[in-house]
Design a binder for this molecule. Sequence first.
Ligand SMILES: [Zn+2]
Length: 176
Amino acid sequence: MSDIDKIYYCNHCKNFLGELEELLFVEEGTSKGFCSEDCIEKFYQHLVDHFENLDKEYRKELGLSEESCLKFVGKPKLMEMVLSSPNEIWHTSNEIQEEYFSFIRKVTQKGEDPFYLIIICLIYDNKPSFILSATATRDNALIDKYRGEKKLDNNMVSTGEELGDVEEGFQTVEIE
Ligand SMILES: [Zn+2]
C-alpha cells in the first residue's frame, strides 16, 4: 500500500515532513501543524497585525491617550507572570471554532499606579502556546473589550509545568 497516510506538511511553507512528531502545533483541535517557530510566526503575522490595529482603534474610540503602563508590555518577567498566574482567563470562539484566549492580570510596579496587563494568545495542550497580542491599561472600558465570551476557571488551565497535563480540558464558567 501507499504511504498516503504518512503525508504531513507545514501549514506555512508547505514542506513535507517525515514524521508527525516533527510537526509543531499551537492550536487545540485543529490539524494546523508547522515545521518551525519561524513558520508559526509568519503564519499568524496577519492576526498579530490585526490585534495591534484593534488596540489602536479601541484606544481611539475610548479617547485613551498614550498610557505610561504601556512601557511594561513585552517585559518577559511580567508576561510570564500574566500567563502563569492570571486573574482572569477568557475564551472566545467564532462560528468555525477558531479560538482566542485573553489572559488578564493586575500588575504593580514601583513608582507606578497598578495597571492591567492583557495578553491574547492561542492554547495548545492546555497551555499558552503563541502570543498574538499584548497591551496594558488602567482603563476598565478597554479591559472589557478584551474580555471574551466565557470566563474560564483559572484552575483548569495548566499554566505551570508542575501542574502536568489537565486531561479534562477547559471548563467554562458562565457569567451571570
Ligand atoms: Zn514551515
